[in-house]
Design a protein around this ligand. Structure first.
Ligand code: ZN
Length: 394
């Protein structure tokens, strides 16, 4: 199994400067390589390849020992490879007749990650194992940077990346051969309905992860974006407003991930089989009917942003849930959510009128009354179990 870990870095002031310089030089290298490919293509019709650019790297480094020469050869190659991927995707899309944008120059703030493709090559995870209380990662040209390692790292570290998010720095490890931790069977199954009032409602009637704090952040983010839009381009105030927007974005991302983790851990602990809506299908039907049917006054103005934040919240949650389920040996089933919110879980009567309000479900045929999300979750569970039976019978 492969798995990644993300830890906060605690660089010294000097290391933080070096990290910024390292990122900036990799950005320039990337942009230089974009320029090189563009000119060669537009002036001479020549396609420059990764191999050519990687070979040029040697010269670039020897001409600029105090600049590009300071950093790891391998991390620079990884940056060039990233550009190569962007170009490959570009040409692939041109080939099928789409009109993609040419790979772009990365402005400051649009290039936030440096990757070292192999532990031990220009970087070393846990570089001071003899230290009694702290973990360090050694990065070529930067030094031994202290890591806030809040959980154990399992498996073999393969790649090491450093990422800037606002004013924070993170190290991201990608590990191979992570042992799976199977949990003992609980004999319980559950269906999940993903909604707005609660991120997740279970078929046994529990509402999990009320995203109210997410919505509060979304409100602040919307306000900050409006402020930003009013500032003059290139002004100092605009830079400040942009930094605030970036910080709020990062906060929303952290909250989302935290919520997803807590919710997924609880579900995987309690259930052997978890059935959820197939989000790709769900989003299509949702955008057609609109999820926020009875918006409050504030929600209407910000519903676009709220929606996108919640959508991303569901996506992150399902990704985390899939990882946790796999490592715990739990079964995850995705089902088509069509009609699950308007079908009676007791008698199967399907009508739009069954859904009285956002929260209330009353069956027009048999009178069954329930919370609308719970009713939907029961239908989702039933659909998943039916699907499972069909697969086993085949
Ligand atoms: Zn009914």
């Amino acid at each position: 199994m492969r798995r990644s870990y993300k830890f906060l870095l605690r660089p010294t002031a000097k290391q933080a400067l070096a990290l910024a310089a390292c990122l900036e030089d990799h950005r320039r290298l990337y942009n230089g390589a974009v320029e090189h490919r563009r000119t060669a293509y537009s002036k001479a019709g020549v396609t420059v390849r990764y191999g050519d650019q990687s070979a040029d790297l040697k010269h670039i480094r020897s001409y600029d020992p105090d600049g590009q020469g300071r950093w790891s050869f391998s991390s620079q190659q990884a940056t060039l490879r990233r550009l190569d991927k962007a170009f490959a995707a570009f040409f692939r899309r041109v080939k099928v007749g789409q009109k993609p944008g040419f790979p772009r120059f990365k402005g400051r703030g649009w290039f936030d990650t440096v990757e070292w493709p192999k532990d031990g090559d220009g970087c070393r995870w846990d570089s001071q194992p003899e230290h009694p209380t702290a973990t360090f990662v050694r990065l070529h040209g930067i030094g031994h940077v202290r890591v806030h390692q809040h959980r154990p790292v399992l498996g073999r570290v393969k790649t090491i990346s450093v990422k800037r998010e606002g004013s924070r720095w993170y190290v991201i490890l990608s590990c191979d051969d992570v042992p799976a931790h199977a949990l003992s069977a609980t004999g319980a199954v559950v269906g999940l309905d993903m909604g707005v009032a609660s991120l997740v409602t279970t078929s046994d009637g529990t509402h999990l992860a009320n995203p109210r704090h997410l919505q509060a952040s979304a409100g602040r983010l919307a306000a900050a974006q409006q402020t930003l839009a009013r500032k003059k381009r290139g002004s100092k105030r605009r830079r400040k407003a942009a930094a605030r927007v970036a910080a709020l974005h990062a906060k929303v991302r952290r909250q989302r991930l935290d919520t997803a983790h807590k919710t997924a851990v609880a579900l995987v602990r309690d259930f052997d089989v978890i059935v959820h809506e197939d989000l790709r299908i769900a989003n299509m039907t949702r955008s057609a009917s609109g999820t926020i049917q009875t918006p409050g006054r504030n929600v209407a103005a910000k519903s676009g942003l709220n929606r996108s934040i919640l959508d991303a919240g569901w996506g992150v949650f399902l990704t985390v849930l899939a990882h946790k389920a796999e490592s715990a040996g739990r079964e995850l089933i995705a089902v088509d959510p069509a009609n699950t919110s308007r079908t009676c879980a007791r008698c199967g009567h399907c009508a739009k009128e069954n859904r009285v309000t956002q929260a209330e479900f009353i069956c027009m045929a048999c009178g069954h009354a329930a919370h609308a999300d719970v009713n939907a979750a029961v239908n989702i569970l039933r659909a998943g179990l039916a699907l499972r039976e069909a697969v086993e019978a085949a």
